[in-house]
Write a protein that binds this ligand. Sequence first.
Ligand SMILES: [Zn+2]
Length: 109
Amino acid sequence: MANTENARKNANQVGIVMKAKTFGNPIIPCCGAKTRQDKFCKKPPLKGKKRCKLHGGASTGPRTEQGKARVAAAHFKHGKRSKRYVEQRKKIWAELREIERRMKLDGLI
Ligand SMILES: [Zn+2]
């Protein structure tokens, strides 16, 4: 109990919060969003979320198909990791390996 209280007390200091965030080993999870004072938010996140209610923790994300499509489009960069592209490349490489295997069997290479 005392440890939890101490950790909570420490977590209220910005330095501790930043360290915990930097090393990926948070003692007490904090929201950590950047505030207008250029500091990290020290409020605890909502249950099962990473942010407090003031910094987007209450957001449920896009619900409608149109909203989901808009967010997906906003995050789409070049498509080189898209399912379609990855599958296409897999097929091409499998075909090339098969051709190479056949050529080796026939003694061409
Ligand atoms: Zn916050």
